[in-house]
Write a protein of this length. Structure first.
Length: 162
């Protein structure tokens, strides 16, 4: 699936949010929810530094969307995210019926980066979005932004966030 110039603009916003997360001492993940008209409806970044490792922006988007949007609006929406959804977030995305996902960097890339930096794998298996939600419409990774995301992860690992 092609990534448009508007997609790139919104992905850049998601990566900006990931950078804000690092600057706040958190992990570098940011996401933006856009409705069918192209209006940003919700955006957030990771909030896991307090110890609750479920505080992912993609999960926050799914929870917000199910409260604030009709099923038809959710299906027509797009989620832009700095990193491919983890299994928890992909499942939430699928369960609430959100539409397209566009991500800057893949789970596979993240795994490679973490191994290269000597970081042990997390407690949850890394799965591609379509392994969790087979019918999901996805686009990514986007090479123009993936390198920037890698640098954010490197900053976090090295403690250069704040």
């Amino acid at each position: 699936m092609d990534v448009t110039s508007r997609d790139l603009e919104l992905l850049e916003r998601a990566v900006d949010l990931a950078e804000a997360a690092v600057e706040a001492g958190d992990e570098p993940f940011g996401s933006v929810l856009v409705d069918a008209d192209g209006t940003v409806r919700f955006e957030d970044h990771n909030h896991v530094s307090g110890g609750d490792h479920t505080q992912h922006p993609e999960l926050a988007i799914a929870l917000w969307a199910v409260r604030e949007m009709s099923p038809e609006e959710r299906a027509a929406a797009t989620v832009y995210t700095s990193g491919e959804h983890c299994p928890m977030c992909a499942a939430a995305h699928g369960w609430v019926g959100l539409g397209r996902i566009v991500y800057a960097s893949s789970s596979e890339q993240l795994g490679e980066w973490m191994r290269d930096m000597g970081v042990a794998p997390g407690p949850v298996a890394s799965l591609r979005i379509r392994q969790v939600v087979p019918g999901a419409e996805v686009a990514g990774p986007v090479p123009e932004l993936a390198e920037r995301v890698r640098r954010l992860h490197e900053r976090k690992v090295k403690g250069d966030g704040v």
